[in-house]
Write a protein that binds this ligand. Structure first.
Ligand SMILES: *Cc1c(COP(=O)(O)O)cnc(C)c1O
Length: 442
């Protein structure tokens, strides 16, 4: 599957972390702020396909893609080629000073790929949080209204406005207030925990918004079509379309935060596509550029153009190297039909996880779409979260050289986000280890 120069096999030559990583961890401790944590403290020297190589020569299987970023794989050929060419040509002008093609090319690609065939425009930024903030700015100017509706378990970033929008206190918000105002939280559709069908869950959310905010004050609804950090919560079918329809009827901008779910991750270009939802604005980042910092707000041309000239921008937003990487990543996705690859990986993972669920009743639910798959761990027969077991299984996987990520409001969800460049054999081996981890920690 992969053109990577990295040998595609799991190979452990030391304990994890090995002596080389341990030595570097001491340096990290001395020079890097403690607030910047690490999930698995091995220092990486090379990566590609489905493998991360560390300083001790260990080859680890990557089921995290650096949090859904290296969807096209690490050092994907078209990304490397485009970046090398661009870095030699010029590195920065600031698009707001003197423009260049790469920025416009990325915006044209976004107009083509994001949901809906209406006229679309984009603005480019450096991080997901920055894209979310700008989407809110645009919605406020366009509607002349202030309030923002978000959902339980939402994650939208770590800047001041996006901390207010993010649900979970620890570690994202604790002690960092006061937060931005005019942000209101509505109940999310969470089938495992609320048992509601999509339309009923939407009616519940809309009732909260109407009674506690009022459509006359609401600029936008911001929602992750499949929640990321909050636990890979997949809303019941019909939830998103009902919210989008209500937004349209009430002059409220419907913003899909596709930062984690976008760019082939779920087996479509965007998770909104699955239910035919056409958001007014879409925020993207993470998988867009194969690892370089690039983010975007894309949406209805009239909405995007409601902002005065000079109102959107930033020194580095749409940096030429990041744009070159983004165009390379999109080329990889199209050429290798990575959406189809995500669906195949999704089927493989779903089959393995369904089998695991039968053996281990601590797994309350298998959910997700495409290569964005999760299991939620609860005390058997209940919905009481089991974070301790989750941590134990994760630790076992890490020691065995499989990089797994957890998430969820209660820290009791495994999220599986392999790079789409991973081979089937590696993926099967990784899930053999995950399976072993459940048995070993039972
Ligand atoms: C990661 C993420 C963000 C924030 O992106 P950053 O690039 O870390 O600022 C926002 N929304 C969602 C859904 C995300 O997954």
């Amino acid at each position: 599957m992969t053109d990577s120069a990295v040998t595609q096999e799991r190979r452990l030559v030391t304990a994890i972390p090995g002596p080389g990583s341990l030595e570097r961890l001491d340096r990290k401790k001395a020079y890097v702020a403690d607030g910047v944590g690490t999930t698995l403290p091995v220092f990486v020297t090379q990566a590609g396909g489905g493998i991360l190589v560390d300083v001790d020569g260990n080859h680890l299987i990557d089921l995290g893609s650096g949090i859904a970023v290296t969807t096209v794989g690490n050092a994907a050929p078209a990304v490397v080629r485009n970046v090398q060419e661009q870095v030699q040509a010029f590195t920065h002008t600031c698009f707001m000073v003197t423009p260049y093609d790469g920025y416009v090319d990325v915006c044209a690609a976004l107009a083509e790929l994001t949901p809906g065939d209406h006229a679309k425009k984009s603005a480019l930024f450096n991080s997901g949080a920055e894209a979310v903030e700008n989407a809110v700015k645009i919605a406020r100017v366009a509607t002349g209204k202030d309030a923002v509706a978000v959902f339980d378990h939402a994650y939208h970033g770590r800047t001041n406005l996006t901390m207010a929008m993010t649900a979970k206190n620890m570690p994202y918000k604790n002690g960092f207030g006061p937060f931005a105002g005019e942000v209101y939280r509505a109940p999310m559709s969470y089938p495992l925990r609320d048992g509601l069908d999509g339309p009923s869950a939407a009616a519940r959310a809309i009732d909260v918004i109407e009674k506690q905010v009022g459509a006359a004050n609401l600029a936008c609804i911001v929602i992750e079509p499949i929640q990321g950090e909050g636990g890979f919560v997949v809303p019941a079918p019909g939830f998103l379309p009902a919210l989008a329809a209500w937004a349209e009827d009430n002059d409220v901008v419907f913003i899909a935060d596709e930062i984690q779910s976008g760019f082939c991750r779920t087996g479509d270009w965007f998770a909104s596509d699955h239910e035919g939802v056409v958001p007014d604005l879409v925020t993207t980042a993470k998988g867009i550029a194969g690892g370089l910092p690039l983010a975007a707000v894309t949406g209805r041309a009239d909405l995007m153009d409601s902002v005065h000239v000079g109102g959107l921008g930033g020194t580095y937003g749409g940096n030429p190297i990041a744009c070159a990487a983004g165009l390379g990543a999109i080329e990889e996705m199209k050429e290798h039909d990575l959406a189809a690859r995500a669906r195949h990986i999704g089927e493989l993972m779903h089959t393995r996880l369904d089998a695991l669920k039968i053996e281990h009743p601590v797994i309350a639910e298998v959910r997700g779409r495409g290569a964005m798959m999760a299991i939620e761990l609860c005390k058997p027969g209940t919905t009481e979260p089991d974070a301790a077991r989750t941590a134990a299984v994760a630790a076992y996987c890490h020691q065995q050289g499989v990089v797994v990520l957890t998430c969820g409001t209660w820290g009791n969800v495994f999220r599986f986000l392999p790079p789409l460049s991973i081979g089937d054999d590696l993926l099967r081996e990784a899930f053999d280890i995950v399976s072993e981890a459940f048995t070993a920690t039972a």
